[in-house]
Design a protein around this ligand. Structure first.
Ligand code: OOG
Ligand code: MG
Length: 263
């Protein structure tokens, strides 16, 4: 197949898999030309389709595979990024139906909300912190379209880095009030502690992950925009969700966020 057909074909398959909640096999075996660069073109196409068909708008970005726990869990040892759309946002206190999902998992995350455009030649941690309006606890629901979450880096990039839904707390904190590297995190499932971590689990500093993405975006003429939310990537591994489950994430200094799942 010629390249433009591969882009359209894989984007269609992923869109249909998500919309009708079924799994597909990873594409690298079938399309040896699928590399990371081509995968980001597929991701762009998928986002364009979602924006058009669902009348959705870009609300932010996410990083994936930025912590050792996540990299080891998925067997992919480099980070990826993806796009968040306004129709992926859920709100704390609203029970979350598991019906639309294929095999969703939930992850503890930190959200950065920006009030400046992030630009410049070489974007640093300081640039990211300077452009951040506030930070707040977050959870991401990932729902890879691939069978058993089995993918390579190009596959997961094409699949918008497994994005499905996200929720952020509505209590906002200044980056200067905490040490993001040392900020402790406790993640609970049904009242039991299932993971503990600290900000430094994400590439040494969560804002370093975001700086990495901002530099990559620049190469593709894209930028983090004012008002956007960015999830810096899970601080611990992801946990499968069953109806009836309740998860909470608490951070030192920036509070907690809860999510309850129903049928
Ligand atoms: C890829 C997405 C990972 C994170 O926070 O590490 C991710 C996956 O594990 O399916 O969102
Ligand atoms: Mg994530």
């Amino acid at each position: 197949m010629i390249e433009t057909d591969v882009i359209g074909h894989i984007a269609d398959e992923l869109y249909n898999a998500e919309t009708n909640a079924y799994e597909v096999d990873k594409f690298v075996d079938q399309f040896p030309e699928l590399d990371v660069e081509l995968a980001y073109h597929i991701q762009d196409r998928l986002i364009e389709m979602k924006c058009n068909k669902e009348n959705a708008k870009i609300s932010g970005r996410k990083l994936g595979l930025t912590s050792k726990s996540k990299q080891e869990m998925m067997g992919v040892h480099e980070p990826s990024y993806g796009v968040l759309l306004d129709n992926m946002q859920l709100f704390e206190g609203d029970p979350i139906s598991t019906k639309p999902f294929i095999h969703a998992k939930v992850e503890p995350e930190i959200a950065f909300v920006f009030d400046k455009e992030v630009s410049g030649d070489h974007i640093t941690v300081a640039d990211i912190l300077d452009a951040t309006a506030y930070i707040t606890p977050a959870m991401e629901i990932i729902d890879s379209r691939y069978r058993n979450f089995d993918f390579t880096l190009p596959d997961v990039v094409a699949d918008n880095s497994s994005s499905s839904r996200y929720l952020i707390s509505e209590r906002f904190y200044q980056v200067n009030d905490v040490d993001l590297r040392l900020m402790g995190m406790v993640f609970k499932k049904n009242g039991e502690i299932v993971a503990t971590s600290a900000g430094a689990a994400v590439m040494g500093h969560p804002a370093r992950a975001i700086a990495w993405m901002a530099n990559k975006l620049k190469e593709r003429n894209q930028r983090i925009q004012p008002g956007e939310v960015v999830l810096s990537g899970a601080l611990a591994k992801a946990f499968a969700i069953e109806p009836g489950d309740h998860f909470s994430v608490s951070f030192d200094g920036i509070g907690a966020l809860e999510a309850a799942f129903i049928e």
